[in-house]
Design a protein around this ligand. Sequence first.
Ligand SMILES: O=C(O)COP(=O)(O)O
Ligand SMILES: [Mg+2]
Length: 231
Amino acid sequence: MHSLLTGKTLIAFDLDGTLIDSVPDLTAAVGQALAAQGLAVPTESEVRHWVGNGAPVLVERALSWALAQTSSQTPDEALNARTYADFLRFYAAEPSARTRLYPGVKPALEALHGAGFSLALITNKPARFIDPILESFGLNAFFSLCLGGDSLAQKKPDPLPLNHVAKTLGVEAHACVMVGDSRHDMAAGKAAGFTTVALPYGYNHGEPIAASHPDWLLDSLSQLLTTETQD
Ligand SMILES: O=C(O)COP(=O)(O)O
Ligand SMILES: [Mg+2]
């Protein structure tokens, strides 16, 4: 009997929908940015489906939703750029006031870090928000390397950030695990040759994460340390 983590040395985590439920703060910032353009404001359940492809795509999706609520404005680049700039400003002002850690996250990171695993963070969120958010939950010290959606030339589902983390930390892909909530995490993990672990509670564009065929589907991060395999 082996543990799911036998032979693994590096564990890469997604952020939004995996470690933190960030949709309340994303909804507030998107809502403030849309309201500043005189547009309709979406609810959390709408925004939940728009997260996962980075902030520019989130704002694009929010804008097309808001414009569809009214016939008075049509999309244009200037409106998009203004709304995106406002979103960044509003989100930077309050990136974690309403954000919560999912159950079991901090004890799991503590235990994995204590057991000697290298931990990395690979999010599609703009990199500038990573530190302030991790800091407000006391998580910074656990991660050897953090990458945002704008850190490299490609973001998830491209495997580039995963390859970069493995190479930088000197770990072969077969000893790496990608833990995430969305099909982009699973696609990037598979393409990089990592073992993929999915969590079902986050944001996956309204689709069950099982459809992405993760190697492991867990209920919470605490199961990373307790899941056994027969082989
Ligand atoms: O789309 C985002 O901004 C966040 O996505 P993440 O799930 O990769 O952290
Ligand atoms: Mg995610």
